[in-house]
Design a protein around this ligand. Structure first.
Ligand SMILES: [Zn+2]
Length: 253
């Protein structure tokens, strides 16, 4: 008796623009022919190449836009596009939720330096150096925060519907990446958030914090801000100058 031939699914998939950074060099910028033993969702197929779904804004299957749960079929031609910043694809199924204003972030436990820099620019970033993966997922799912991580596996979790995979290991470049990706250039508000604890800063009379200041600070500065949660005091000292230069540099077209 002849065994039935195993049915195979053969698809063609192509990654566009910077999504190619994630995939093997020999597969970049061209259609990849993939044979599948079982039918799978387009999310699982894409992530099998190492591309987290949080990086994707548009999937076309045979020129129609589909969502992540779409199941692939034999002969499908699949095109996968990254999150667009300025191209209008409103007619199609945009996969990342918008609008993304008043963004709140959660940074994984390796990103302490980035979290502090983001807070100095006024961004709301939850961070602890002992966050477990489950706690990070909780922050995303329950508190609607955007996960920042360099861990692809974590970003591939289905529950993570908002996230960004940082490319660089340098905290300054990471900060620039976040500002660019989420288009935050015009929304930075330095000295509104505590770098230490993410609390809210408010102006405070110099006389009320005098006992906390170094002699030189007492002498040269008159405007002070204090965290409403941990009472840390801030002023426009040299680190503020560095920050201002950074913002100016980053705001150039
Ligand atoms: Zn604080």
């Amino acid at each position: 008796m002849q065994m039935p031939e195993e049915s195979k699914i053969r698809v063609s998939i192509r990654f566009y623009e910077e999504l190619n950074d994630f995939i093997r060099a020999d597969l970049r910028k061209k259609p990849i022919i993939k044979e599948l033993k079982h039918q799978t969702t387009v999310k699982d197929l894409i992530e099998s190449f190492g591309v987290p779904h949080t990086e994707i804004d548009l999937i076309l299957v045979n020129k129609e836009s589909v969502d992540f749960s779409h199941r692939v079929h034999d002969n499908d031609m699949i095109s996968v596009y990254p999150v667009f910043e300025s191209i209008d694809i409103s007619e199609l199924t945009r996969l990342q939720k918008r609008p993304m204003r008043n963004l709140q972030f959660v940074a994984d436990c390796h990103l302490g330096k980035l979290a502090r820099k983001m807070r100095l620019l006024g961004m709301d970033v939850e961070f602890r150096n002992n966050f477990s993966d489950e706690e990070l997922v909780f922050e995303v799912v329950k508190n609607k925060r955007v996960l920042l991580s360099r861990d692809r596996r974590l970003l591939m979790r289905k529950a993570i519907d908002r996230g960004y995979l940082l490319r660089s290991q340098n905290p300054d470049i990471q900060l620039a990446e976040v500002i660019r990706r989420f288009d935050l250039k015009n929304q930075l508000r330095p000295f509104t958030r505590c770098a230490k604890c993410n609390g809210i800063l408010e102006r405070v009379e110099k006389s009320k914090v005098l006992h906390l200041l170094e002699p030189r600070t007492k002498l040269y500065f008159s405007d002070f801000f204090q965290c409403q949660s941990c009472f840390q005091v801030y002023w426009r000292g040299s680190h503020f100058k560095v920050l201002e230069n950074f913002i100016t540099k980053f705001s150039q077209p």
